[in-house]
Design a protein around this ligand. Structure first.
Ligand SMILES: [Zn+2]
Length: 419
């Protein structure tokens, strides 16, 4: 009998060993932890001093007064992460990046037909993801390419460090397609696993941003996306193109650098999110001009247009802040050279754009989450939410640059950075 059970045990171990996989690199911590900082920004505009956050099984279990930590016996045995001098916030959300866009092997911006192998592209994208996460951005919407799908899934499996990725896996660009073809294109993206539909409805700012899709075409795309249960986000710079986006019932206007007040008011009235990208993407172009010049529409004239767009985009952003009910979210359009620098845009919006600090934080947390359809899961520090948390040194209300001083990042309950 004893011998039989030993054999049975040995066989069980062998079976277990045969199916055992190496553990994920980024696993939720097994035990509950208490994260203690000087204050907690909840992501919805409230700040609580002297609060600690209890995290269990990758979710926020509750917030407790720091003073209770010593007296509450249920908290006594838990591991503590003490972050004195820090502010705790929800992990930040960037609603517009290109996570797979890097500088290539020759140091210049990568193109679809460049010399990089798929493996090299994937590794560069993984590097972008790791940089982004370390900077405190725990979720991105990548608008985006096919490569994003594998990266998204690898990060979700816990095998690679990176932000949660939602991707469009490409974009609908061709203005020559008929409505029926556009509907098919939407379903094609859905079948390939896209989380969102990305559409180009205006030309680039480098060539004036005029409309490229008709009302009928946009109605077909955004209508089909809604029917498929997908959000639709639309590249649109000019007022005319953005008005069509609103009329078609799409989810968001991306960029919108040239929008006027009546158009911004229309977006507010229709509940269309506005995702301006006013600093980082442009400044990154200027800082890396020689890496872009000569590729596609990156001409000297295009760069002149982008320089002219800087004050215009800032003016539009300031006007947007004045529009009641307009849901302006935090997106950077981060591409080659800008990954991991996302928060620079947030500081610019506060310093140059005049956005109040708490409103800026909400635009990059609770409001951004809502715009992604994840408002009940992420972007808020409250019981039940996913434990995506960051800590920055100091108090961003006193100095917005504190948002750049990330010293702690927890993603889905796992500590991925602690300085
Ligand atoms: Zn973009």
């Amino acid at each position: 009998m004893r011998r039989r059970s030993l054999v049975f045990l040995a066989m069980s171990w062998a079976a277990a060993a045969a199916v055992a996989q190496p553990g994920p690199l980024v696993a939720p911590m097994p035990e509950a932890v208490v994260v203690v900082a000087d204050r907690v920004f909840d992501g919805r505009g409230e700040v609580a001093e002297g609060r600690a956050v209890v995290v269990r099984d990758g979710r926020i279990e509750r917030l407790v007064a720091a003073a209770e930590l010593a007296s509450d016996p249920s908290l006594g045995g838990l591991r503590r992460i003490e972050l004195p001098g820090s502010s705790l916030l929800p992990g930040l959300i960037d609603t517009h990046v290109h996570i797979g866009w890097s500088f290539g092997l020759d140091g210049r911006t990568m193109t679809a037909d460049g010399p990089e192998s798929p493996e090299q592209r994937a590794l560069l994208a993984a590097e972008n993801a790791a940089r982004t996460l370390r900077a405190g951005v725990t979720t991105v919407q990548s608008l985006g390419e096919e490569l994003d799908l594998e990266l998204r899934d690898a990060i979700a499996r816990g095998t690679l460090p990176g932000p949660r990725i939602l991707t469009s896996a490409g974009a609908i660009v061709d203005p020559g397609l008929e409505p029926a073809q556009l509907r098919l294109a939407v379903r094609g993206f859905q079948q390939r696993g896209a989380d969102v539909i990305k559409v180009f409805a205006s030309a680039s700012i480098r060539v004036g941003g005029t409309p490229t899709l008709s009302q009928e075409q946009l109605d077909a795309i955004c209508g089909e996306a809604s029917a498929a249960g997908l959000r639709s986000v639309v590249h649109a710079h000019s007022p005319e193109s953005a008005r069509r986006v609103a009329e078609a019932g799409c989810t968001a206007v991306e960029h919108g650098a040239l929008l006027d007040r009546p158009t911004l008011e229309l977006l507010a009235e229709r509940g269309v999110y506005y995702d301006p990208n006013i600093d980082l993407v442009l400044r990154n172009y200027f800082e890396n001009e020689e890496r872009f010049l000569g590729v596609g529409s990156y001409t000297a004239e295009g760069f002149a247009q982008m320089r002219a767009a800087v004050p215009r985009a800032l003016e539009t952003f300031r006007a947007a802040l004045e529009v009641d009910g307009l849901k302006t979210v935090f997106g950077t359009d981060a591409l080659a050279g800008a990954h991991g620098r996302n928060v620079e845009e947030l500081v610019y919006r506060i310093r140059e754009g005049g956005q109040p600090v708490l409103e800026a934080i909400t635009s990059a947390t609770a409001l951004a989450a809502e715009s992604l359809g994840l408002g009940d899961e992420i972007g808020t520090v409250a019981p039940g939410y996913v434990a995506d948390l960051i800590a920055v040194a100091g108090d961003p209300r006193e100095e917005p640059e504190a948002l750049l001083a990330v010293r702690f990042v927890m993603a889905r309950g796992a500590v991925v950075r602690r300085d």
